[in-house]
Ligand binder design. Structure first.
Ligand code: GLN
Length: 489
């Protein structure tokens, strides 16, 4: 395997053993960008000079015999809705096209303590609204397995970079599937931690009761290491949980004997791609062969999850995005006669179609007369969805299902039909509504050779068990060693 194809844990050992330098590694990743970024378009900002300087500093440290931390000197990408001091954070929106955050998000502060090499900021759907990265105001990212296909979204740039070898690891955010679904589409590992496990301070808010930051990596081992780094209570985010953070790498054991794995019958719905169904069934058989006990379960309110999500998330988005008014943040339209016209023009001109659609749906659902019928009702159904999971977890240790009902589809295929796009989120949004952790691990390919992801869902704050199941499954086959054939490799 080439250097840019290796996972972080292998590269870390190579750095420690002085087999490579961080500069060599960083240059290999930058050369890979020169080779394939024209097709993949995963990045909105590339911080080449800073990356080289960071790598050199790490090499000096190693030369002096100092010990290095896990991510030290290893190149990664950050989704462009995570604030990075001194570097643009655009959320792939024209309204923030020149916005430079004056501070680092808490996850960035935690990462920087590790001294990683930051390659740049990754493309996404505007304000994380979407599932294909086609809603970016700036560029369409290609899936490294077939650049005519979408990488998924909204963290499509992060997942595509890891799959293409233009980053070793990445951070994404997940409000309704935006880490797990692109991970599934790009054949990499992506985890949405429990709501509150990772601080949201400095993550540009989309739907605050659902948003969560998490890792996108080449394998489960890297996922556990990065989760260790970014987790924990933060004074700056009152919704972050005040619980001891375990060492997640201790969960990397190959053993699922006797574990009860629930298969929710509602997730194998009509309309699911036959290749996805077949691949997921094979993965379930594999878990059984490895000693897990397979239990059929029911999550009866699953059918309502999409409608519930598409009321609650736009309602929160409408509120959160009210701040982009041409006054406090970002761009301002010119030639307005008065304040209201200035705000109207600014929002009309600088926000994209999907963002406007959601602001309108959200404000409608929150308006007097409709609040009880829509927003309040959605909150009640959200509770029922959570209770479905609570009941299921009385019987089982984890729940396994597809991450997405289809593999990656062609760019342009679904974008003109928002409803069809929303239906893609059927398997991922229930976890966000319930606050639960979930991981997507590669489990095979479609007949067109596009990756398919297996989703493993856990109890709140039990990332350890899903990591253990994910790791055991991963080690039983070799999908995590496959790389997208792109460019010369
Ligand atoms: N695809 C979902 C949406 O469009 C999820 C987005 C996300 O998780 N940020 O809202």
């Amino acid at each position: 395997m080439k250097l840019f194809e290796q996972p972080a844990h292998v590269l870390h050992d190579m750095l420690v053993n002085k087999e490579i330098t961080s500069l060599e590694l960083t240059e290999a990743v930058l050369a890979r960008i020169d080779e394939v970024e024209g097709d993949v378009k995963a990045y909105l900002t590339i911080t080449r000079d800073e990356a080289i300087a960071q790598a050199k500093a790490v090499d000096e440290k190693i030369a002096k015999g100092e010990t290095i931390s896990f991510l030290e000197g290893i190149p990664g990408a950050i989704k462009d809705n995570i604030c990075t001091k001194g570097v643009k954070t655009t959320c792939a929106s024209k309204i923030l096209q020149n916005f430079v955050a004056p501070y680092d998000a808490t996850v960035m502060t935690k990462l920087r303590e590790q001294n990683p090499v930051i390659i740049g900021k990754a493309n996404m759907d505007e304000f994380a609204m979407g599932g294909s990265t086609e809603n970016s105001a700036f560029q369409k990212t290609g899936n490294p397995w077939n650049t005519e296909c979408v990488p998924g979204g909204s963290s499509g740039g992060s997942a595509a970079a890891v799959a293409a070898g233009t980053a070793v690891w990445a951070l994404g955010s997940d409000t309704g599937g935006s880490i797990r679904q692109p991970a599934s589409f790009c054949g990499v590992v992506g985890m949405k931690p429990t709501y509150g496990r990772v601080s949201r301070y400095g993550l540009v808010a989309y739907a605050s009761s659902l948003d969560q930051i998490g890792p996108i990596t080449k394998d489960v081992t890297d996922c556990a290491h990065i989760l260790n780094i970014i987790s924990g209570r933060d004074e700056m985010d009152s919704t972050s949980v005040n619980e001891e953070v375990p060492d997640f790498t201790k969960a990397l054991v190959e053993d699922v004997k006797g574990l009860k794995v629930g298969i929710p019958k509602e997730y194998f719905v009509k309309g699911m791609d036959p290749d996805v169904e077949k691949t997921i069934r094979e993965a379930i058989d594999k878990l059984k062969e490895l000693g897990a006990e397979i239990v059929e379960i029911s999550l009866p309110h699953t059918d309502y999850a999409i409608s519930t999500y598409y009321l609650i998330s736009p309602a929160e988005a409408a509120t959160n995005l009210a701040r982009y008014d041409g006054v406090s943040y970002g761009e301002r339209a010119e030639d307005a006669a008065d304040l209201v016209e200035m705000m109207t023009k600014t929002r009309t001109q600088y926000l994209g179609e999907e963002v406007k659609r959601r602001i309108m749906i959200g404000n409608y659902a929150l308006s007097a007369g409709y609040y009880d019928a829509y927003y309040l009702k959605a909150l009640k159904v959200r509770r029922l969805i959570k209770e479905d999971f609570d009941k299921a977890f009385e019987q089982v240790d984890v729940i396994v299902c597809p991450t997405a009902p289809t593999p990656a589809y062609k760019i342009g295929e679904k974008i003109s039909n928002p409803l069809e796009m929303y239906l893609q989120d059927a398997c991922t949004v229930p976890l966000n509504l319930a606050g639960l952790p979930g991981i997507s691990v590669p489990c095979g390919y479609s007949s067109d050779n596009m990756p398919i992801g297996l989703q493993i869902i856990g109890k709140a704050l039990d990332e350890e068990t899903i990591l253990r199941v994910a790791y055991t499954y991963e080690q039983s086959q070799s999908f995590h060693n496959d790389r997208a054939q792109l460019g010369g490799n």
